[in-house]
Ligand binder design. Sequence first.
Ligand code: DP6
Length: 334
Amino acid sequence: MKIVTAVAPVNIAVIKYWGKRDETLILPINDSISATLSLEHMCAKTSIVCSPDLTETKFWLNGELQPTDSKRFQNCLREIKKLVNPNLEYLSWNLSICSENNFPTAAGLASSAAGYACLVYALAKIYEINGNISSIARMGSGSACRSIFGGWVRWQMGNTTDGSDSLAVQIAPETHWPEMRVLVLVVNDKTKTYSSTSGMKTSVETSTLLKHRAANIVPQRTKEMITAIKNKDYKTFAKLTMQDSNQFHAVCLDTYPPCFYLNDTSRAIIELIHFYNQNKGETKVAYTFDAGPNACLYLLEKDVAEVIAMINYVFPPTSLKSDYFKGDTVPSKK
Ligand code: DP6
């Protein structure tokens, strides 16, 4: 019998992935960039038992048995097994896989990213595989490929039809910008109405703005974002982050029928942050929203206390559905 336990972090995109050119291999129509958060507050944990006594492979997520015949699960398992030494005695043994997230699942808080990164990493450990497994994590959930690395990560869209060049690469390690912090404001922890997967499929089919964004905006914005991160240029980083989040949600509105991920509280947070930055005379905090109403704020450590006080004042914790909590990019300096 073999047992492995792994943990994997959440990543929050600052240049958003939205739209696939291949639904099965999960190949995107544009590059994306994210920061991987520390494991302290939000992470996925997966334990795998591999034993000759197991009669079938089973997979539990947060205590609920999941179907193992899903395309995504099977693709990850098959691709991992392709890399395994065929003489490995336990290759044919069944698996018992148990995964959990310590934060709301499917609430637009990158749970599938951490979940699939963790599953693929744990499978790689159990079968003793080394190398860049990000393209396998990508087949579980696109954004998962970025959680394989720490620090600042770019998912290169790639051009080949087999997806061999569509993988994550690290732009800068977690030690690069130690002052950077992320605050996660949980506006609503319920499962979202439209999944990212179906939302982006409809966007690809119907949104002309999506095509313009992928062809004419993201390539240049990606370059500018990489330069801003490398130079630790917070002002440019913050502007690009907010613009990209807003454009992603504009694409969602341009989708037919539209997908509404933001709610009134999300929009109030956006207004508040622009108002705050304007009043301060400089950009102190940047927001970004994934496929849900919850806000992720990128800011520097020196501004955290004041921004938390400001958010607490305007939105007393009870007005946000759950209390908010803090994730910070590693290393933690507490
Ligand atoms: C809005 O990775 O969840 O969070 O590949 O279909 O599993 P699938 O989608 P998913 O999409 C995430 C979209 C996003 C933006 C991002 O993380 O880049």
